[in-house]
Design a protein around this ligand. Structure first.
Ligand SMILES: CC(C)(COP(=O)(O)OP(=O)(O)OC[C@H]1O[C@@H](n2cnc3c(N)ncnc32)[C@H](O)[C@@H]1OP(=O)(O)O)[C@@H](O)C(=O)NCCC(=O)NCCS
Length: 136
């Protein structure tokens, strides 16, 4: 069984998951600094191993951006990316006063993000109106 938990990945997990999809692997100390600025995060765990992750960065009140949404290739297509995203959306909805969660993604992932409630604007920015929107 794979659990999705609300926590920030460790630098080691972060580097390992990025490496698994061929993304650049930053230095451990840079990862520590970057991860320390995380607003919300989620990790997919299978038997103690982190197999996926996602983070929200920004100020969490006016501006919130999803970054580093990654699932290890052998666990893709099983709904984990959507589950990780759902945790981030839920957390952002509690914090945001603008009611907006945004991200940048390559065009081929449009269907994935649209299926998960995001809409793409003409600049290629994906946005989701959170509930409740505009708390004040
Ligand atoms: C994008 C990603 C996080 C989705 O995770 P996932 O666990 O596979 O997502 P889900 O199982 O919830 O949804 C799967 C859907 O995502 C879409 N999708 C996933 N990877 C895709 C790809 N490489 N190209 C196009 N669509 C893709 C498909 O629509 C797929 O639906 P299908 O299985 O019916 O074809 C994962 O594919 C990944 O880690 N990719 C590499 C890193 C990356 O590009 N991250 C996004 C940065 S913006």
């Amino acid at each position: 069984m794979i659990e999705v938990v609300a926590r920030t990945p460790t630098a080691e997990e972060y580097r390992s998951i990025r490496e698994a999809v061929g993304w650049k692997v930053p230095r451990p100390d840079d990862c520590d600094r970057a991860l320390g600025s995380t607003i919300d995060a989620a990790v997919a765990e299978r038997g103690g191993e982190a197999v996926g992750m996602g983070r929200t960065v920004g100020d969490g009140v006016f501006y919130s951006f999803v970054v580093d949404l990654v699932v290890r290739p052998e666990h893709q297509g099983l709904g984990l990316g959507s589950r990780l995203l759902a945790v981030l959306v839920q957390a952002a909805a509690l914090r945001s006063t603008t009611g907006l969660l945004q991200l940048v993604a390559e065009g081929h992932l449009g269907r994935f993000y649209e299926r998960n409630g995001f809409s793409r604007d003409s600049f290629g920015l994906y946005s989701m109106r959170l509930r409740p929107a505009f708390a004040g």
